[in-house]
Design a protein around this ligand. Sequence first.
Ligand code: ADP
Ligand code: ASP
Ligand code: MG
Length: 438
Amino acid sequence: MKIMKFGGTSVGKPERMKSIIPLIRGEESVVVVLSALSGTTNSLVEISELLYSGTKDQAVVKNEALRSKYHEVVEELYSTDTFVKEGHELVNSHFDFLGDIITNSFTKVQEKAILAQGELMSTGMFHKLLTENNIRSVLIPALNFMRIDKDGEPDAFYIAENFSRELANYPEEKIIVTQGFICRNAYGEIDNLKRGGSDFTASLIGAAINASEIQIWTDINGFHNNDPRFVGETKVIREISFDEAAELAYFGAKILHPSSVNPAREKNIPVRLKNTMDPQDEGTLITSVSALQDYKAVAAKDGITVFRIKSDRMLMAYGFIRKVFEIFEAYKTPVDMVTTSEVSVSITVDNPRFIQQIEQDLKELGSVEIEENQTIICIVGDFRTERTGSAPEIFEALNTIPLKMISYGGSPHSISLLIDSKDKIAALNLLNKYLFDQ
Ligand code: ADP
Ligand code: ASP
Ligand code: MG
């Protein structure tokens, strides 16, 4: 069985959604994972933010504007009156549900239910589109099998058991449709796999059923060697390893959700990135094999905060770093980069939630400086420690950019640097020129 995940732009317009049909039709047996129509999750986030700030009236206006947009999509998507009518009913049922939450019962749990409506609608609409085109398919709700534990991590065992059980109900079906992104949490409430999480859904399902391939269909011809949103001359990478792709995704390459490579890597299932608007292009293949290259790709992750802890007690002391890390652990805040010197240690985090509390606790150990609005630049290439002369071009390229931290040797295939976010675009472009523009 193959997994085919289609992202927001791939289902964002009626003609795009229709163009998926020939892509899945030739498949022997496929699980189709869909995101919400592009822009929808952002609008739903805005609606819940309006509710948090107490501006209910504006939330109603936003909800009705989105409802109208969906009715327009329905008009173009279906060709028969019956399906147009059913499409409008489907859309209305979701927007009525949202309207009810907005006016009557907004709570933290309902916020997640609001965010889930995008994927629930896109899959409902697509399933109907297949039916209208006489293509048999079955819609299996992700809320029946996709689940995270109390730490917010996917429960792989539960997912495998429950998805297989659901599948067993439809032994004849060749096309299964389900929602990306949404899941239930350990308390059975509606939750999600964080923004961009449909990629993660695809990989989790792929691993759960030992799929032959996981395809991520998006709006670009695969993984590029730099961020196309900030750099003009980027090139597609045809083959990349799980480790390299995971590193780039974790450090900001938006094409993949940060955790999405892991389930595929664990089961050694190839991941193929493809462009819905250019299906003939081979895209990028992610496998366990890596063609070593001095420099393969660059990515950037914003929203980083650095803590600098300085203490004489660190000098020659054992256990000091443990005490520092225990503080981050206590606040469930993962650490990205670490560098140390004789009496100081610098640590970066991307989750700003407990910055103040962490700072307070760290002050027990020494003086603490904090800097926000930082960016990690990750360069993936061949940095095996036995090599000589690795990376001189990186430092030459960035000799006009202040480098705040350098992490080398943590991984044989990446180097990470910390810079000020205001220098990000310049740094990405300089690296492109020096590393790839030959
Ligand atoms: P989808 O809605 O299909 O999930 P996303 O917007 O999440 O699509 O991801 C695709 C986008 O990721 C591309 O349009 C591109 O702008 C951005 N992107 C960032 N870094 C990279 C990269 N290294 N390679 C390809 N695309 C990238
Ligand atoms: N719709 C969700 C989002 O916009 C999930 C996804 O697109 O992968 O974040
Ligand atoms: Mg995405």
